[in-house]
Design a protein around this ligand. Structure first.
Ligand SMILES: Cc1ncc(COP(=O)(O)O)c(C=O)c1O
Length: 388
């Protein structure tokens, strides 16, 4: 991944001057680049962008124009995507919704199931009660069984909450059939920001075993969904995607028939590097000897990933000065609102000066609140159209 042309200090300063702070700047050219990189290195894999990573509508629009499909977690996200495909309906093939949307929240409430029933959706499940619920409220659905797989060393683990034990998989496929539902394939998620390629290798091996066993019993599985988790180069130690992708595609070629569909649900990978936040120092104090910069954005707002995503934030200043390890904290009255206690920054910055944070496009504004009445950052989209 290469840095965006908009993210040099001069341009950031100009955008902050034009729009004010806090400012969340999203570069759509970087999103397009990330999508193309993914497609180039995993050409057999259809990319379903996980809308949860950043559900800003222009991102969906940009990725839709690139040819992406989408992974949604709720009815609202479903509708954020469906608006682009509803005109397909009269002429399109039977499963046109499946080509563009997978509903990959394994637990869906009855009301949601009833609302998506008319669209004949593709949905994931991982337990017997969900089968009953889907059969009752959304009998038109195609099913994908999500498996529990290793998520060792991933920044966000998911397997403690989702995924069927591999030993239960065949029985869950049988139960779905008995309930009149068709199981189309298998899925997994190796944990978000997965820096351990072995997780993918093991997950694919487990999936292949179940896939073959199910086909041998006559279940016509046709989809393998390798989930998200594709890592972002937050630090130089992260294995580049270009090195991870051949490992994944090699295993796919080795383990699965050539004529099945391979899906993935990358979220973070598409958007993390596409955003920068510019904030302003609104207060400064020395507390127990350490410089505390109070800024106008915080963990209840753009930096919510520090809490929900276990994300380690980065801060840069727009000028040099004598450096110290400083704290950077948010604007709310909560002492929990400390973004970091270990930012290596010039210690002589003054109130009114700006800071910026890179690689903050994923799981940031998606989980921001309006706590204490602060609106949060203004979002500015740059390079939204290819010829900008
Ligand atoms: C089911 C599912 N798919 C995809 C994703 C996206 O994962 P990532 O952002 O790691 O690519 C998530 C993230 O939580 C998820 O729960």
């Amino acid at each position: 991944m290469t840095p965006s042309p908009v993210f040099d200090k001069e341009k950031l300063t100009a955008l902050a001057a034009a729009h004010g702070t806090p400012l969340f700047i999203l570069d759509h050219e970087v999103i397009r680049r990330n999508y193309r990189l993914f497609r180039e290195h995993l050409p057999r894999v259809q990319c379903y962008y996980a809308v949860k990573a950043n559900s800003s509508q222009p991102i969906i629009e940009t990725l839709f124009a690139e040819g992406a499909s989408f992974d949604v977690a709720s009815y609202n996200e479903f509708m954020q995507v469906y608006r682009y495909i509803k005109h397909y309906e009269p002429t399109a093939k039977k499963h046109y919704v499946w080509d563009k949307i997978i509903f990959s929240n394994t637990i869906k409430d009855a009301q949601t199931l009833r609302k998506i029933k008319p669209y004949k959706p593709l949905v994931t499940y991982d337990n017997a009660d969900e089968v009953k619920k889907i059969a009752r409220h959304c009998s038109t659905a195609g099913l994908v069984l999500r498996l529990k797989v290793p998520d060792t060393s991933s920044q966000v683990e998911l397997s403690s909450k989702f995924g069927a034990e591999p030993a239960d998989a065949l029985e869950l496929i049988r139960l779905a059939g008995e309930a009149g539902l068709g199981v189309e394939g298998l899925s997994f998620h190796v944990g978000s920001q997965c820096v351990n390629a072995d997780n993918y290798v093991e997950a694919l091996a487990v999936t292949a075993e179940i896939f073959n066993a199910a086909r041998n019993r006559g279940y016509p599985l046709n989809i393998v969904d390798i989930g998200g988790g594709f890592p972002v180069p937050y630090t130089p130690e992260v294995t580049p995607f270009e090195r991870l992708a051949p490992v994944i595609s090699g295993e796919i070629e080795r383990l699965f028939p050539a004529d099945i569909e391979i899906l993935a649900e990358p979220g973070r990978f598409m958007v993390a590097t596409a955003a920068v936040v510019v904030s302003e120092i609104i207060g400064k104090a020395r507390r127990d000897g350490k410089v505390f910069y109070h800024i106008n954005d915080g963990v209840y707002h753009s930096y919510s990933g520090v809490v929900f995503d276990h994300w380690l934030p980065n801060f840069s200043a727009f000028r040099d000065g004598p450096r110290e390890i400083c704290a950077v904290v948010g604007p709310t009255c909560d002492s929990f609102d400390k973004i970091t206690l270990s930012a290596d920054l010039p210690a002589d910055l003054e109130i009114g000066e700006l800071l910026y944070t890179e690689n903050i496009g994923a799981y940031s504004i998606a989980s921001a609140t309006r706590f204490n009445g602060f609106e949060g950052a203004k979002i500015v989209h740059v390079n939204r159209h290819k010829d900008e």
